[in-house]
Design a binder for this molecule. Sequence first.
Ligand SMILES: CC(C)(COP(=O)(O)OP(=O)(O)OC[C@H]1O[C@@H](n2cnc3c(N)ncnc32)[C@H](O)[C@@H]1OP(=O)(O)O)[C@@H](O)C(=O)NCCC(=O)NCCS
Length: 231
Amino acid sequence: MPIIYRKYEPPHIDPDVTTGKDHAPGPPDARADIAERDLTAIRRLISQDLSEPYGIYVYRYFIYQWPHLCFLALDDGDSGTGSSYSVNEQATTSIEDKAHADTQTQKDNLVGVVVCKLASHRGVKQRGYIAMLAVATAYRGRGIATKLVRMAIDRMIEDGADEIVLETEVDNESAIRLYEKMGFIRSKRMHRYYMNASDAFRLVLPVKVESTIRYCVLADEFDVGPRSVAD
Ligand SMILES: CC(C)(COP(=O)(O)OP(=O)(O)OC[C@H]1O[C@@H](n2cnc3c(N)ncnc32)[C@H](O)[C@@H]1OP(=O)(O)O)[C@@H](O)C(=O)NCCC(=O)NCCS
């Protein structure tokens, strides 16, 4: 089962869709319709394991504004596992639809996704944020998440990120191990962060020197190695 990795390629989206204005009856054109179908596939994969489901507006917020920071893993073969999710699975009719479908390759099945953003943090630094990450159950343990996160990190660094952060539930061992293997450190524990009342760790990957120094100083000041915050 060969896996293809690539950036999400959205169709052109009407700006009104991103703001949610006048959105009640549904997306205004066919391209937005395709974009919504892509989001549905991504959302279905991610929501499998979430302790709290995100609304569609959360997906629109991230993926419409930072499509270049959304990376997909697609099973290129006839997996037959029944555990992947088609991106652009429905038949398309218009020329624009057809062009988009050609780039997305309808046969591909979505088996992994990472969704990120990059924005100014308090006007002093560029902070990359990994909002969501998921790999379909049958495809786990093969390095797919590592590859997707690597692609996202590389792109955020290329775009000027000073640091990259995320939150994860304190008992999500697989995610914590994955990120710590990639150099992330625990910067704080957030009490009852999730709706299910569980705590979260904020994990940080300092990229620029200033950011690295800051997190080293913090760890030193409180006399805790980043990992021991969890103890
Ligand atoms: C976390 C998740 C994305 C990992 O995906 P994956 O493709 O299996 O991860 P990888 O194969 O790249 O694994 C990388 C490292 O993560 C750690 N890891 C992954 N799965 C693990 C598990 N079940 N138990 C312990 N460590 C695990 C390991 O250190 C692994 O490296 P190794 O295989 O060399 O030991 C996947 O389990 C998932 O989708 N979970 C549900 C959603 C989720 O928790 N997302 C993260 C929210 S912050």
